[in-house]
Design a protein. Sequence first.
Lengths: 216, 216
Amino acid sequence: MHSQGNVDNTTGSNWDALLGQMPLPAFGVPMPASFHPAGSEIFSPGSDANCFYVVKFGCVRVYRLLADGRRQISAFHLPGEVFGFEADSRHHFFAEAVGATSTLSMRVSATADLSATLLPLALRGLVRAQEHLLVLGRQNAPERVAAFLLDMFERQGGLERFELPMSRTDIADYLGLSLETVSRVFTRLRGQGIMRLVSLRTVEIVKMQALSVMCE
Amino acid sequence: MHSQGNVDNTTGSNWDALLGQMPLPAFGVPMPASFHPAGSEIFSPGSDANCFYVVKFGCVRVYRLLADGRRQISAFHLPGEVFGFEADSRHHFFAEAVGATSTLSMRVSATADLSATLLPLALRGLVRAQEHLLVLGRQNAPERVAAFLLDMFERQGGLERFELPMSRTDIADYLGLSLETVSRVFTRLRGQGIMRLVSLRTVEIVKMQALSVMCE
DNA sequence: CGCGACGTTGAGGTCCATCAATAAGCGTGG
DNA sequence: CCACGCTTATTGATGGACCTCAACGTCGCG
């Protein structure tokens, strides 16, 4: 599919503001922005990992598959976040646009500056992955969903109402649950008055404290 | 406990050989080797993360706890491996010696060289953590144990007979299982002729192919 | 030899996956 | 605007994988 067209700059995005927060120039050689339709592939295992990406708008899922199709999403990436760096010159994962998404890609130039810029990002990703290991290894379904909601809440600026860009299936594959279990936990949390669903994909946290306590 | 005594150099370790493989001088300022008795703490959350560590001999577990004591081990570190770098100046995890262990610690010096050396290590750690997410999120008990055995096999030089430095409880907390389930899967793998237990902590892989297939 | 830590095995219960049916959103075209 | 079909989400019923609790066995060490 046509996933590499130039970006439509008429959309009102907060990209310029994000640029100011990020040490972007040190990243490498900027390349044209790319637009990715919903569900389109950004990279896949085995492809060249010679650049990495900044989400401009939309959402990206990074995942691995087992031979029989079981999927584990290791991370969602929201606007302003960087993804796509790898341990060697080939990708080990899939990356896809969750909804309509735009990214900037940066060609890697092997300079010391680049390392110094990338290291903190890699380390933060490492800590995030390790925290996610605790969720998948030792927390039950309600705790996992609560952790996910809190994470999305914090990453979208801490407003009690926020969007879930991804489907229940995506959430399930991120949390190591079935989509039915995710749906049931949502229903339970609504019943307890902890959250509301303004729409299917719009969450409003009502009892923040209760949600936090669930994650210990 | 007395976890910071100097190392006993009379033990025959393969450290010198490992040194040759690793870009150690670029790491930072070497500090005296430390000996850690079995079970002793190496660092804990909140403590200063101003140095990182190379395992000389023994084994280290890195983990997080939930408030009620549930534990998730995010990684075991074997001789020659580096651990302890963090996203900010404080540790977010516990690190403990599994058995009698010796480490070299390196004080972090904020140079570009250091970044260039550390980045590949951080990226490899990131890929490892993301692969572990797939195991915890989407594989069942036999698959998890098989993945663990294969990993230990490969990291100990690919000899069909190797040691497990850690207890069943540690393995369980690494794989997100109960210790009983780990034990039962071991028994099952023995019954299938896939592995043998030379001793409680010495594994011999008999049907490597069958073990690999289990992980897909 | 005896004690304590570690490991194995068994019985029973629970949480969650699976299968299945219904309902709700959403775009398309009449 | 509504009808239609498709995708996504919810809800229910059932079974199974794994956890928990408990007993027993085994190893290592004083």
